[in-house]
Design a protein around this ligand. Structure first.
Ligand SMILES: C[S@@+](CC[C@H](N)C(=O)[O-])C[C@H]1O[C@@H](n2cnc3c(N)ncnc32)[C@H](O)[C@@H]1O
Length: 223
């Protein structure tokens, strides 16, 4: 497990505390549609942190070619429809570049600044000139707070929120789907617009667009 993170509930958990069985039963919630609308038809995509392929499969179905990467052997074993690579993102160095590098699921909000730099360097290394890095981040300026969210698919409770002096936060996310419950302790750093811009610059990328009005989805491109 990574420092300060962990998961409980049925089935295997990844080093960041994500539950394999939870992601197996979670629908795409329209994320594939948003990504598809932001990229060219038939794009080559390197998907970093693909999990069980929740978004991989719909992107393949939309005609893109996806290479799916995850550090969890249990997660990536569920992705059988395309090329997969079991690796940490920071250490990944393929001698191939892609039209699109996709790193969603708030991986960019990792609390460790050095690790974030490693993630962004991996993104920059694998995107072709003129290509796009698509990032999903916590909405800039927001803070985690206790909450209960429920829709037709699942219930999610945010609890035990802790604020640390360095600006990072920890919280427990508890998901219930179909009578099964999983909890994940997360540690996260919300990035200001300037901070993300600076960190992108350090890796040879620049933010060229927000894909959503709330600034949760970001397009960055090689300088
Ligand atoms: C919250 S899950 C989301 C999976 C998928 N993106 C989705 O939306 O369904 C995050 C995934 O990222 C993977 N992950 C997190 N940090 C990673 C890292 N540094 N290197 C490789 N995989 C990582 C975890 O193993 C997990 O499968």
């Amino acid at each position: 497990m990574r420092v300060g993170q962990g998961g409980t509930g049925p089935g295997a958990h990844t080093p960041d505390g994500s539950a394999v069985e939870l992601y197996e039963v979670t629908p795409p919630h329209g994320d594939d549609e948003l990504i598809d609308a932001a990229i060219e038809p038939g794009s080559s995509i390197l998907e970093l942190g693909c999990g069980t392929g929740r978004i991989t499969r719909p992107l393949l179905a939309r005609g893109h070619q996806v290479v799916a990467v995850d550090e969890s052997p249990e997660m990536i074993a569920r992705v059988t429809e395309t090329e997969t690579i079991c690796s940490t993102i920071g250490e990944l160095r393929l001698d191939r570049q892609f039209d699109v590098v996709l790193m969603m699921s708030f991986l960019i909000n990792v609390a460790d600044d050095e690790e974030r730099l490693r993630l962004l360097k991996a993104c920059a290394h694998h995107v072709r000139p003129g290509g796009s890095v698509l990032l999903q981040q916590e909405v800039p300026g927001t803070r985690l707070a206790p909450a209960e969210l429920e829709n037709e698919y699942r219930k999610m409770v945010v609890s035990d929120v802790e604020d640390f002096p360095d600006g990072t936060q920890a919280a427990t996310l508890t998901h219930t789907i179909g009578g099964r419950t999983w909890s994940q302790r997360i540690v996260t750093r919300n990035l200001s617009e300037d901070q993300l811009a600076d960190e992108l610059t350090r890796t040879g990328l620049r933010r060229t667009e927000y894909l959503t009005p709330d600034k949760m989805w970001v397009r960055a491109q090689p300088v």
